[in-house]
Write a protein that binds this ligand. Sequence first.
Ligand SMILES: C[S@@+](CC[C@H](N)C(=O)[O-])C[C@H]1O[C@@H](n2cnc3c(N)ncnc32)[C@H](O)[C@@H]1O
Length: 302
Amino acid sequence: MVGTRRAAMAANTVAVAASGAVSEAVACHRSHAFTSQMCAGSRWLESQRPDALFQDPLAFRLAGVSGRENAMGSWVMVPRTRFGDDVTIKAYRERGCRQLVLLGAGMDARAWRLQGVPELRVFEVDLPEVFEVKEPVANEAPYLVKSRTVIATDFEGDRGSYSKLPHWASELELTGGFERDVPTVWLLEGLMMYLSMEEQRRLMQVVGELSASGSVVFHDAITESYGTAGVEVGGARFKEGSDDYGREWAEHISGGSTTVLDITDIRVDRATRSLAVDMRATVGPRECQHRNLCLFVLAEKP
Ligand SMILES: C[S@@+](CC[C@H](N)C(=O)[O-])C[C@H]1O[C@@H](n2cnc3c(N)ncnc32)[C@H](O)[C@@H]1O
């Protein structure tokens, strides 16, 4: 897998020049960062379908050659991306959310593609290498949102102390202009499974601390046993998961609610180009125990 990717990387450094010079992303070298290009590769594939559930006009270029050749599975990318889109638009309209923070943003292009959210301020947090690859390509295109700010960090090495905010969160407020009293959508897509439970809990604590009333969090995750299955994606290993994300979030969204869904219960409805989701079909610790499930977790602050 890594060998294939390396081979593809050399070719990938070449800018595409079909009609005029159109630059495209070089490949990320660190495995975790590379998974973001695999995700973009999948969004590029979906965007070409006549019955696509979303359009991502930057995906081709952000994926680069190696991301397109190693696209992430559509079974997770299509429902996850559309679910995140739907959560964001609904929270913007119904909960007054005017900030979107993408933790592990990768090659996400919502700042360029989400329609109908002109007052949204977007903050992207990820490894420095991701932005070194992404910015030269993405910055050529105009945003559809109010603003976009990027913050480079490594969640593994940015623990800080429990009484102080980690570096990325201080940056978000001090230099990014993030406002704690503005309801916020937090999207952590494809991130949690690459972190330990201690690192995930730290993120949950900080997200809770920075979230105004009305804020919403969506992330995918894996169950506890899945975390021990030795799964590797693009060379990046799954670390840990939990069978009880409802309990994990409870103390950070006091009085709020957490919905945990099994991804296999979410249907991609091509006929209507939407997701069929039964939000009452939640899975608890008993359903998760000893099973390798991919979960969608939605935590809402009242
Ligand atoms: C599978 S990709 C998902 C990217 C994006 N959210 C999406 O759905 O397209 C995982 C992302 O998490 C980021 N990530 C993983 N571990 C990280 C860490 N320790 N610190 C910062 N970012 C990390 C990677 O760089 C990558 O961009």
